[in-house]
Design a protein around this ligand. Sequence first.
Ligand code: ATP
Length: 265
Amino acid sequence: MTILDIRDLTIRTAGGRVLVDGLSLSLAPGQRLGLIGESGSGKSLTSLAVLGLLPEGMAASGSVELAGTQVVGASERRLAKVRGRDAAIVFQEPLTALDPLMRAGRQIAEPLRRRGLSGTELRRAVLAALERVLLPEPERIARAFPHEMSGGQRQRVALAMALACEPKLLIADEPTTALDVTVQAELLDLLDALVREREMAVLFVSHDLAVVAKVADRVLVLKDGRAVEEGDVRDIVTAPREPYTRALVASARQLESALDRRSGR
Ligand SMILES: Nc1ncnc2c1ncn2[C@@H]1O[C@H](COP(=O)(O)OP(=O)(O)OP(=O)(O)O)[C@@H](O)[C@H]1O
């Protein structure tokens, strides 16, 4: 069974410039795929295309099948059914997903309400969602506005929102890049535990191989909108075949050894 099956996905601007070129990938329940590549390689556009969220004027062709629904060319009505239930997304900047003028609790309640929860049941489900992402004082956080929380807390709230409807696929687009290193490590551990518990499939987008290696089992390397290499995360890290992947691995190693040297001082 596959949750996500992308065949020959091509994304073009209105002017005809090809930004993602003939990409294919698939994900089964519980599988975690890291999508890696430098800035501008097409990672974010690919993840947005999975939910039919491409920016105005951009067109996708090929096939994106999400839990049996063809996303390419689907109507907004159809896409609304798929979003949240079949796949949910967490962005690099939690404020992209959070409404600055709405308390956290109400934002988490929104997708749950659409699923038919109300009253006490809804309130309980909101607090449970906040507890699940290990936020201390869930009642206080539920009443807080986004600006009253730290970056790490905001990202946990965004994660709680994404997981509220128990999606089959979680798309995480650089979810920890904006956080400091300690908070980043905590969030990656949390993500790991939550998706493991639910056998959720994960598409993890990052430019950082070290981060991807913590979360993903497989890696697909994108360069200029094309897949240049795909494989088991260990194989890619220990024996990259393509020159571009070798360069990514080498720069990750350089960073690691530089940090080791610093901590050894
Ligand atoms: N709204 C847009 N209009 C025009 N071009 C865009 C738009 N969004 C992205 N692009 C272009 O599409 C290409 C791929 O962008 P994308 O955001 O998918 O890259 P990325 O690999 O996710 O990079 P980053 O890590 O910087 O987010 C880039 O050349 C980018 O300039």
